[in-house]
Design a protein around this ligand. Structure first.
Ligand SMILES: [Zn+2]
Length: 120
């Protein structure tokens, strides 16, 4: 699949309320221009693309948002809540492994949701 990358600091700030350097909205990766060539940031976003495709996009957003809200209700801290969303845990755990997507099993993120993978 050809990556469709949009570089726009303004768009990233708007979509993430200034809290992130990139966001993946299938089929686009939207990223701040200075990180356009950062292989690890791109890998992180590519992991989200894979998660979105296998969850038929809409299911991904519903589960992501539900997980974020659940975590936020418990922790009362946005960054802490965001970092333990199971989709993020998979992406952060594997962003430095550039071969990860080649070996990744389908629905691997569910392993993080159901506690098979270590918590951060
Ligand atoms: Zn992420």
């Amino acid at each position: 699949m050809t990556l469709m990358i949009i570089c726009s600091k303004r768009l990233v700030r708007m979509l993430t309320l200034g809290r992130a350097v990139g966001i993946t909205l299938f089929p686009f990766i939207i990223i701040v221009p200075e990180l356009r060539h950062d292989p690890y940031v791109i890998n992180h976003e590519r992991i989200h693309l894979r998660q979105q495709v296998e969850m038929l996009v809409l299911v991904f957003y519903v589960l992501y948002f539900a997980s974020l809200c659940w975590n936020l209700a418990r922790l009362r801290n946005f960054m802490a809540a965001y970092l333990i969303v199971f989709f993020e845990r998979e992406a952060y755990d594997n962003e430095y492994d550039l071969g990860y997507l080649g070996r990744r099993k389908a629905f691997a993120s569910l392993g993080y949701a159901f506690g098979k993978k270590r918590a951060r």
